[in-house]
Design a protein around this ligand. Structure first.
Ligand code: UD1
Length: 340
């Protein structure tokens, strides 16, 4: 069966491509290379022995999207990762986020409707909950006002999918990720943001190798045990497995509703300082850091209740925080060596 993965050279996308190929799916990737490198294709091949077909397409261009689908009418399903994804950057560049995330989603969904392709996974986020009131957060948590344009694109993105499902027999799963980190244990693929990283882990690993002088920790006056923000970190390989299970759930027509949402997290919260100290333990290094102002758009805490995905998809996280940090560190060192 052939699956289209948009954003398939990105961090979560590439790990999901590997997991799909390892289950025997044929994968076609679309990526615009705006935050990924074409070398990832070789990283995927090094792990699975199979080179996925890759198209460099900007999904904001409707004609290009339709031209692609015209040539691939046999797709069993689509996993849509392609989007801009940093909370902080979205505060600074709101229009970029609305343009990228909405135009791409709408063009892909228009093509699905036009070509009658029904199985769809949407890369959503726990940002849709805004500041959740009760921890751990369940899927029943009310959707509150988003705290950033990025979060808003995920909230409205989900609504767009729900609205399309009213007029087209779309079968969709919305996966609401908490904080994906880590890298494939092979060291062939990982998180490689272009430019200065916005996310915590690549910032820490780049500080560890000396590319960044120090880590800025955004705020130590939050209502959390040590004052720094608390997040639920999930290994990207576990997250990739959740995508394969969700796609199989749709393909086997086990879904009860046309659109269903699932949290994907570890179910445990760690503060920024706890995470940093775990990284120091795993790597044996000391990381320079400074406490700075809060980052606009950050919630103080978020961790997941994952009962639903465990019950319905039979998924559960298998990796520890140390596994996540050790794999991210291995990846950073290996990718630096390759680039030097
Ligand atoms: C958010 C979403 C997550 C989504 C991700 C996409 C929430 C709760 N999570 O993650 O679902 O996948 O965006 O990017 O909304 N930090 C620092 N210094 C840094 C960078 C980050 O202190 O240089 C802190 C942040 O304040 C935050 C934590 O580290 O508390 C994690 O930040 P980041 O990696 O950017 O992810 P989120 O914004 O939490």
């Amino acid at each position: 069966m052939k699956i289209l993965v948009t954003g398939g050279l990105g961090f979560i996308g590439s790990h999901t491509v590997v997991a799909l190929q390892q289950k025997g799916y044929e994968v076609v990737i679309i990526d615009d290379l705006s935050n990924a490198s074409v070398d990832v294709v070789q990283g995927i091949k090094a792990i699975t022995g199979v080179q996925p077909t890759f198209y460099q397409i900007d999904l904001r261009e409707k004609q290009a999207v339709f031209d692609f689908f015209e040539q691939h009418t046999d797709l069993a399903g689509v996993i849509h990762f392609a989007a801009s994804k940093a909370v902080g950057e979205s505060m600074a560049k709101p229009l970029l986020y609305y343009e990228n995330n909405f135009f791409s989603l709408i063009n892909v969904l228009s093509a699905l409707q036009h070509y009658g392709i029904k199985k769809f996974l949407f890369s959503s986020s726990c940002t849709v909950y805004g500041q959740g009131e009760v921890m751990p957060i369940t899927e029943e948590e009310s959707i509150k006002s988003a705290l950033s344009p990025y979060g808003n694109t995920k909230q409205v993105g989900e609504e767009i999918i729900v609205d399309l499902a009213k007029v087209f027999p779309l079968q969709a799963v919305l996966l609401r990720y908490f904080n994906p980190i880590g890298a494939h244990e092979s060291g062939h693929i990982g998180e490689s943001p272009l430019g200065v990283p916005y996310n915590l882990i690549p910032y820490i690993t780049q500080t560890a190798v000396g590319i960044r002088e120090y880590l800025s920790i955004y705020g130590q006056d939050y209502d959390t045990p040590d004052g720094t923000c608390v997040r639920d970190y999930i290994h990207v390989v576990d997250l990739a497995d959740a995508h394969v299970r969700a796609m199989e759930y749709l393909i086997q027509e086990k879904n009860q509703q046309q659109v269903e949402a699932f949290n994907v997290g570890n179910g445990q919260g760690y503060s920024v300082l706890e995470l940093l100290h775990s990284f120091e333990r795993v790597s044996g290094l000391k990381i320079n850091y400074k406490i700075v102002e809060r980052r606009p758009g950050d919630v103080d805490k978020a961790w997941a209740n994952t009962d639903k995905i465990q019950r319905v998809l039979g998924w559960k996280p298998t990796k520890t925080l140390d596994d996540m940090l050790a794999s991210a560190w291995k990846w950073e060192q290996k990718s630096r060596n390759n680039n030097n």
